[in-house]
Design a protein. Structure first.
Lengths: 164, 164
DNA sequence: GCAATTGATTGCATTCCGCAACTAATTGCA
DNA sequence: TGCAATTAGTTGCGGAATGCAATCAATTGC
């Protein structure tokens, strides 16, 4: 049995992060004077890793294909993503990030790196890597719990509904 | 200069968490068959710590007073929160969590504890506490960056807009 | 005692997004 | 070969969340 208070705290601090991030998104990404980041930009980080089809992208985003369809339309309009025929399946299209899409990802990362690097002057690389490793493990563990329950018992959804 | 790749990874894994959590919220907390958790429930965790006024609650949530006003109205309707006169200021009302509000918080925590405890069987308390500590430090460091920039330079917002 | 301040609420508009219905292309099998 | 079943993707629709601006109400400070 894990330290239950620590678990509570973990969710509290995660909630704190989520909230402040959402808030920043609503402020920052709203005011348009050129190019502002909508929700669609999430896709770029995934597509920067490798080209994929819309459905795969939806899965890796934990999103509905319909949402992804809208994201992609926007990113294609902006020139950040290009549609290519999928040689393996005529129905499908491969989504490929363009050069300026890749530049945009790099720019977004640079902003974050720059800001965080200055805000985390008291951190060692070791601490940072430990955080990444542990948080990664946590998210991996939590992922199935948050997934649509289907038949599998034990999801948060089940627990919420008193089924388990 | 911190490990830049680790920073990128950190944001990636955070994005992963945010996304899966949002998705679960959109699914789970929607279908109503009695009591479903809307966004208003965030407040309960804060009010469980101590009574406060709406404006304070807004600040601790990083939210607009208008949103909080709506949250509170809902929670009062549900009987989870009670409005009390603030002895210090006649205009203000103190928001106080009720007994059933507190029960509800406990129930929500129990669900999470139960699910996570089973999903994290390979964790030691030490690892968990380290995660909580490091993530807490990270969020503390990130908080000012995500805040409305006002005049202070160096916020993410400024960086986004090319001002810094 | 009245203007300025402050706490809170409401109206409005926008974004996000899931679900369901639909189109188009492909595949599988009789 | 041809048609039903499958699969990729898109669009329509509605609901939830929430920021901003305007407003109301009570208080405080000359």
């Amino acid at each position: 049995m894990l330290d239950q208070n620590a678990l509570d705290e973990l969710f509290d601090v995660l909630a704190r992060y989520v909230r402040m991030r959402d808030r920043a998104a609503h402020r920052t990404f709203r005011t348009p004077d050129g190019d502002v980041e909508s929700a669609a930009f999430k896709c770029l980080f995934h597509l920067a890793r490798q080209p994929m089809r819309a459905r795969e992208l939806a899965e890796s985003l934990h999103a509905e294909p319909s949402s992804v369809s809208r994201y992609v339309a926007e990113l294609v309009d902006l020139g950040f993503v290009r549609r290519e025929a999928d040689p393996a399946d005529g129905r499908a299209t491969l989504l490929v990030i363009t050069d300026i899409g890749r530049e945009r990802v790099a720019a977004m990362r640079a902003v974050r790196r720059h800001a965080m690097d200055r805000a985390m002057t008291d951190w060692t690389d070791d601490e940072l890597r430990t955080l990444v490793r542990l948080l990664g493990r946590f998210v991996d563990a939590a992922e199935p719990l948050f997934a649509p329950s289907g038949d599998k018992p034990g999801s948060l959804e089940d627990l919420m509904k008193g089924r388990a």
